[in-house]
Design a protein around this ligand. Sequence first.
Ligand SMILES: Cc1cc2nc3c(=O)[nH]c(=O)nc-3n(C[C@H](O)[C@H](O)[C@H](O)COP(=O)(O)O)c2cc1C
Length: 359
Amino acid sequence: MPNPTEKNRYQHRKEEHLSLAQKYWRNQKHDNTAGFGDLRLIPNSLPEISLDEVDLSVQLLNHRFEKPFFIEAMTGGFVRGDKINAQLAEIAKNQHLAMAVGSQTIALKFPELAAGFRKVRETNPDGFILANIGASHGLEDAKRAVDMIQANALEVHINVIQELAMKAEEGDRSFYWLDNINEIAGKLDVPVIVKEVGFGMSQQTFKQLEKTAVSAINIGGRGGTNFAWIEEQRSNDFSLYLDEQGFTAVESLLEAKFSSSTKPLIATGGIQYASQIVKSLVLGASLVSSAGFILSNLLENGPEFVEMLLENWELDIRKFYTMQGAKNLTELQQSKLILQDNLLDFYKQRNIKIEQNFS
Ligand SMILES: Cc1cc2nc3c(=O)[nH]c(=O)nc-3n(C[C@H](O)[C@H](O)[C@H](O)COP(=O)(O)O)c2cc1C
């Protein structure tokens, strides 16, 4: 029998995630927290290309994405979250972008809350929509989450640090997830993506996931939305000092590059500018997604402003491809990069061999 107090607690937690993420993005400086400032593209003054020759499309997850970025998982399952999801779904439809819904655990537990998630599919019937659950859910829940919104793919989020930052009565304390992830990925009808929620991934994680049936990995780097900070604010407990924990998107992509991972990569974590999307692609990501920055702009400036931002991203990415003389993703990924000292140090300590394309 569903417990109304438990439902209220869930919804309240989701409310707090929204308002604290908004507060975080309003108050923090994010200029180089995500690490993209430590990388520079090498200029190409005679690129021998015109802007309209650039093809931004990406083939991934049995789908052709028109643009190399999408709206990442955030919310759903309570009035304000459902309204935000409906707005994001409208934006995704207008902009031809994929979109992930936030964790559907709440609607798996309380099925009357599924209507808000379904609204995303109703708003954007032909769009590429990603379902989202945590890694402790089994195959049956994964199927229900996908069916709920006729999802084109499923994101399974892994969030050890966030869970441990929560109070004992709220957060998980046991993390045997790998077999579960493999079973879901092997048996579900749609592609499965494993995603971090903002603490990045190391070579070891890529090696572990390499052996599974997952279709792609979202490295979910630190430097954008900070769930350690959010959970600390919620519990008013700052003892588990987490400010230095995790790898940025840049560091995580470098780790992936040298872990011999063959899984396609998606990059998230502090993305605000087209240049960061382009650098992520150069570092090996096939797609890039953004959450907190889009949310904060939606809440502060409204949906039309977000659409303008996303239109600018597309145009600006096209300009960066042109500057690099790249007609498509394969050509862009031949671009060379300059690494600042701290990344060189990271390379050294992680025993990463500097390849030719980092000069
Ligand atoms: C308000 C909010 C709620 C989120 N909820 C979820 C979630 O339910 N499931 C999930 O996989 N990620 C969730 N995320 C994490 C994002 O998908 C993303 O991985 C993370 O915020 C890092 O990206 P960013 O720096 O662009 O925000 C949430 C993010 C925000 C801002």
